[in-house]
Each structure stands twice: as structure tokens, then as C-alpha cells.
Design a protein around this ligand. Structure first.
Ligand code: CA
Length: 225
């Protein structure tokens, strides 16, 4: 994931850049609004972290220009302006979130992740792993070209695992992401759903993609030989 930081305070910009790189993001920095807008229009970013008070062009003007041009890249404002009217104005201009300085990096990171998840989940896309394919726009899935008959929840579960392939997902994460709630740890709804999904996507095929990580959760990844 590639993030653009538009921030004129060098110290803040460097701190953000360092933190985001440490968490696996690719980061570019612009130190004024004009350069920020230019980069946002000519490069492709998954997200922009945007200051409001910037030299040459304000953050308000940057997002306004982007949105008017049909660019819907997720934007989070990061500003010392903490008035309710500022926050409302930022959101009304089309920002996805607004965080007031000073901020905790962990909070910024959590908000960035939420926005990215929400935004890219809604985008029509195709995802695949080995011979497993998911068409997010049409809600259809295939393995080795055979259409899989999945319920809506099974599709969501598979999409979550595929989006985060190679990552162990805990039952809590799965229940929050797929059902929107955190089930009591003693319910086995996640395990039951995984079992049903396995029956459809793994049982008929020699190579198994879903793995159980005992005591932790589940993981979808390339089949090990
Ligand atoms: Ca500033």
C-alpha cells in the first residue's frame, strides 16, 4: 500500500514516514499543498494523509480539487485545527477521517487501516490464489474453473481470508469482519463456517488452501507441498 503524506512540518513528516514504513507502507512526502496536489494527480496512492494549514495551497483546496476531478483516493486530515466546524468541513469536503494534532501514531495507524479496509473492500476487484478466483463485483468464486456455490457469509469469509492471505486470522478478527460482532469466545460459529467453507473450496481438491493454526485461528495461503 502506497501512502502520500502532505505535511509542511519536517519533524512530523519524518516521524510519520518512518512509522508508516516500519509498518510496511510505501511512503512519499510533499511539503506544500501544490506539490501534494501534483503528486496526488500524477501518481497512484492508496491513501493520503493531509495537513490543513500548508504553504502554497491549503489541505481544503487539495481535497476539493481532487474530488472535483473525480479522484476518490481515501484522505485522512491531520490538523492542529480542532474546532468542530473544522472537522465537519473536512468531512464535508470528502475526507474519510479527521485526526487532531497532537495525535498518537498508533491511533493514526488504526484509523488508516480501518479506512483502507473499508474503502478497498467496496471496490470491484478480482482476487486469486493459485487456481482459486474471486470476483468481488459479481460475488462469484471459482476453483480450477469450477464455480463454487457459496452463501453470502461464506463468500465474505473467503474474501477476507484471501485479502489477507498468509496472515493468521483470529476467531475474533473473523467474527468482527464477517459478522460485524465479536462473538463470545465459547461459540463455535467461526469454526462451523470454516468447516463449511473447507468442504466447498478444499475437500474436492488435492491441494488444501485453508490451514488451522491451533489455538490461534485460521489462515489461507498457497498450499504447501
Ligand atoms: Ca501545517
Amino acid at each position: 500500500m502506497r501512502i502520500l503524506i502532505v505535511e509542511d512540518e519536517t519533524k512530523t513528516a519524518n516521524y510519520l514516514k518512518k512509522g508508516l514504513i516500519e509498518h510496511g507502507f510505501t511512503v512519499d512526502v510533499a511539503i506544500n499543498g501544490e506539490d501534494g496536489l501534483h503528486l496526488a494527480q500524477t501518481e497512484s496512492y492508496d491513501m493520503i494523509v493531509l495537513d490543513v494549514m500548508l504553504p502554497e495551497r491549503s489541505g481544503w483546496s487539495v481535497i476539493e480539487t481532487l474530488r472535483r476531478g473525480g479522484n476518490d483516493v481515501p484522505v485522512i486530515f491531520l490538523s492542529a485545527r480542532d474546532g468542530v466546524h473544522d472537522r465537519v468541513h473536512g468531512l464535508e469536503l470528502g475526507a474519510d477521517d479527521y485526526l487532531v494534532k497532537p495525535f498518537a501514531f498508533s491511533e493514526l495507524l488504526a484509523r488508516i487501516r480501518i479506512i483502507l479496509r473499508r474503502h478497498y473492500q467496496l471496490q470491484p476487484e478480482k482476487m486469486c490464489l493459485e487456481e482459486l478466483e474471486l470476483d468481488m463485483a459479481r460475488h462469484k468464486a471459482w476453483r480450477s474453473g469450477v464455480a463454487l456455490d457459496l452463501t453470502a457469509k461464506e463468500f465474505q469469509l473467503l474474501a477476507l481470508m484471501l485479502r489477507r492471505k498468509g496472515e493468521v486470522l483470529t476467531r475474533t478478527t473473523i467474527s468482527e469482519q464477517v459478522w460485524g460482532i465479536n462473538f463470545d469466545t465459547d461459540t463455535n460459529i467461526v469454526d462451523v463456517a470454516i468447516r463449511r467453507l473447507r468442504k466447498k473450496i478444499d475437500d474436492p481438491f488435492p491441494r488444501k488452501l485453508i490451514r488451522t493454526i491451533r489455538g490461534v485461528g485460521y489462515l489461507l495461503d498457497e498450499a504447501s507441498e
